[in-house]
Design a protein around this ligand. Structure first.
Ligand SMILES: [Zn+2]
Length: 384
């Protein structure tokens, strides 16, 4: 007896399948699963399913003074089954964040800020006294399954007079752990070339398509050699849209040159969720539909690419033995106008609309969270 069978689910390549779940894992994938189950969810060849969406860059520590949000609002209630908080917290407030995160239905992970104070103010790396290596190491050891990476913000307002020094420090701190390092890039100094040359395989440049002067293109609109070399070394490009860090013009130029982000992420928190231009991970994904990306590429960048880059084993794919984290969605045909962080607009004729999130849980094996649709009632049929 299975815990849940999802019938007649459309995959992003438009093939149709049934998926069976037991004890929070995917246990069977077949055209027609006949076994009995406690629950059946029939998607009637109409609704799509993918591995659960993973947002690689969010801010979801509810007690943070500047960038705060609730994990489930940006997570399962938006079709996102796993969220990574990108450096909102440092060693001083990780305990409080962990307690809150464990209450969420969404899987929550932390990229620990190398500054022990986290984001209590914008300039967390202006005083190098706040980079406390022994405390950092102890904190990583305390939360091995929760802290899955390291965050360092490398822009003028953050590092003050310290220039490139925080990144040199972060690379040293990373060496002992093997964890991925996420680097926020923004206004200079430090210069992007100087940052990129220090990065190694698996390091993540977030805000990769920002439209600020220190962007990936030089004044002649050519891809910087430092970025070319970084990509060749296996450095990862992450979107991290946010309030200020995504430009359609940069994304279009990149696409012309066959430069694609490895992961699409939102950099969402309450302000840019409520007032835009982020709103949700789905809304950010839709911007890549307007750019002409294939829907498979978009889905891969929030599922299997994200899981690989974040070292989230058993997530990111619909495969036997993988966690039963799944996102059910529609592709809605309508024309809407979407705005980037520079106030530029593009038309989008088709949108990802999340309908439900399914997440592995520890007690009941799997939880289904249906998402309220404005103006129309959810058509999902779940029978017990
Ligand atoms: Zn951020």
């Amino acid at each position: 007896m299975y815990d849940l069978i999802i019938k007649n689910a459309k995959l992003i390549d438009n093939s149709v399948t049934d998926i069976a779940i037991k004890h929070g894992k995917i246990v069977e994938i077949d055209k027609n699963i006949i076994a009995t189950s406690n629950r059946v969810l029939d998607l009637q060849n109409q609704h799509y399913i993918s591995a659960g969406w993973i947002d690689s860059h969010t801010h979801c520590f509810a007690h943070s003074p500047i960038y705060y949000d609730e994990p489930d609002l940006i997570g399962v209630e938006s079709g996102v089954t796993a969220v990574v908080d990108a450096g909102s917290v440092g060693a001083l407030d990780i305990d409080e964040f962990y307690d809150l995160a464990m209450q969420a239905k969404t899987h929550v992970y932390s990229f620990l800020n190398i500054s022990k104070i986290g984001l209590v103010r914008q300039s967390e790396l202006a005083d190098m006294q706040d980079v406390d290596v022994p405390l950092f190491d102890q904190t990583l050891a305390k939360y091995p399954n929760f802290i899955i990476g390291i965050k360092v913000r490398m822009s003028r307002s953050v590092v003050g007079e310290n220039g490139i020094l925080p990144l040199i420090k972060a690379k040293e701190m990373q060496k002992k752990t093997g964890l991925p390092l996420m680097i926020h890039v923004g206004n200079n100094p430090p210069e992007l070339d100087e940052i990129a040359d220090l990065l190694t395989k698996g390091d993540i440049i977030t805000h990769c398509f920002n439209g600020k002067p220190n962007q990936i293109f030089d004044k002649q609109n050519n891809l910087r050699d430092s970025i070319k070399r970084a990509i060749e070394r296996g450095v990862i490009l992450d979107i991290g849209h946010g309030g200020e860090s995504f430009s359609f013009a940069v994304a279009e130029r990149a696409k012309c040159l066959d430069v694609y982000p490895n992961t699409i992420s939102s950099d969402i928190y309450s302000k840019n969720r409520l007032q835009g231009p982020v709103f949700s991970l789905a809304n950010v994904m839709n911007k890549f539909i307007s750019l002409g990306y294939s829907k498979t590429r978009i889905i891969d960048s929030v599922t299997k690419n994200a899981a690989q880059i974040l070292h989230l084993n058993n997530k990111g794919e619909i495969a036997i033995g993988y966690d039963a984290d799944l996102t059910i969605f529609d592709l809605k045909q309508q024309t809407v106008s979407l705005t980037d962080s520079e106030g530029e607009k593009r038309e989008c004729h088709e949108q990802f609309v999340p309908l439900a999130a399914i997440v592995k849980n520890t007690t009941k094996n799997v939880t289904i969270i249906e998402i309220k649709q404005e103006g129309s009632k959810n058509e999902l049929r779940i029978s017990n």
